[in-house]
Design a protein around this ligand. Sequence first.
Ligand SMILES: [Zn+2]
Length: 392
Amino acid sequence: MNQVKKLLRGGRVFLENGTWESCGVLLEEGRIAGLLPEKQEVPADILQIDCSGKRIAPGLIDTHVHGARGRNYMEGSAEAAAAISDFLIRGGTTSCLATTTSAGRADEAAALRGLREASMHPAKGQAEILGIHLEGPFINPRNRGSQAEENIRAASGPELEEIAEAAAGALKIVTLAPEMDGAAEAIDFFIRRGIKVSIGHTSATFAQAQAALHAGAGRGTHLFNAMPPIHHREPGAVLALLLDPSAFLEMTVDGHHLAPEIIQMVLKLAGPERCVLITDGVDVRGCGDGTFQRWEGTTVIVRDGQARTPKGSLAGSMLSLSDAVRNAVRLAKVPIGTAIRMASEIPARSVGVFDRKGSISQGKDADFVIFNEDLSVCMTIVRGDIAYRAAP
Ligand SMILES: [Zn+2]
């Protein structure tokens, strides 16, 4: 419980209507209590936080993140979540979906149970786990990226029930390949339970992807990556997703996964309202260069800001979400406010939490990232608590 009222003062605040305004933001009991005119007298019982020369933005929301600092959400433990959070808050991320990778059934169920538990008890000053993004095992082995082939399988009724039971209400997104055996039943199973289905790690044809979208899938997982490129006679899942007016599109904007011109094309075709910046951040972030064994024994090589499998496939990113915002602005010439929305408002809308997160608005959770003018992170506030403050 936050007993002390706080006032973020002196900065430019990114409002829900997309404008920047010089005003104060009052925080009380972990929520946004209101906006105050800059010149207003401040009662002595309010702790003032000087944000002069800074940009005050809503906390960033990463809907696709696996780990950091050598820890992986697949461990399913509060300790792993705390270590990962320590990396996330430095990148302005105040909430996330803990994202799994394909695993054996017992490991998968154990991870889901642990992550459900972690999502139910948000720790003070840590990035909040809003729920779980299940990435695999119902994917196409040909498009598996860094996922272990032996852990990929067709969806079956008993396993779907097991997943739903282990994750309970915490499962928010399932990434699957619609062309695989059992996928149609799986899509139906998840949609009926209010869980979003995302098309990814797939070789689906345009028609197969479109059928999945019609069946209720509403998202594409790291668009363009782990799916075939657009071909003029077989445009595939990429174009089916781009042309569907309600599909959310994940993008990994780290300077390696997507050319800047592709990001510009997606924004032109789909508009920013459908674009979700993600990190797909992996467990070897924050560990320096080298060769690492991951939690399930696969090898990943980190060099020049990239994580790759021994065969050379990109194995997730080393990105933090504030870097993604800055890359979108610098590399793809996205306006700052638009880039921030793509890492806060749009991810919040995409997982149904915009009523409490994703913008600076009275009554919402007091989650903020306070940017320096160069879009590096100055401070991160989670539910009213200062979770991270950069050294001056
Ligand atoms: Zn991933």
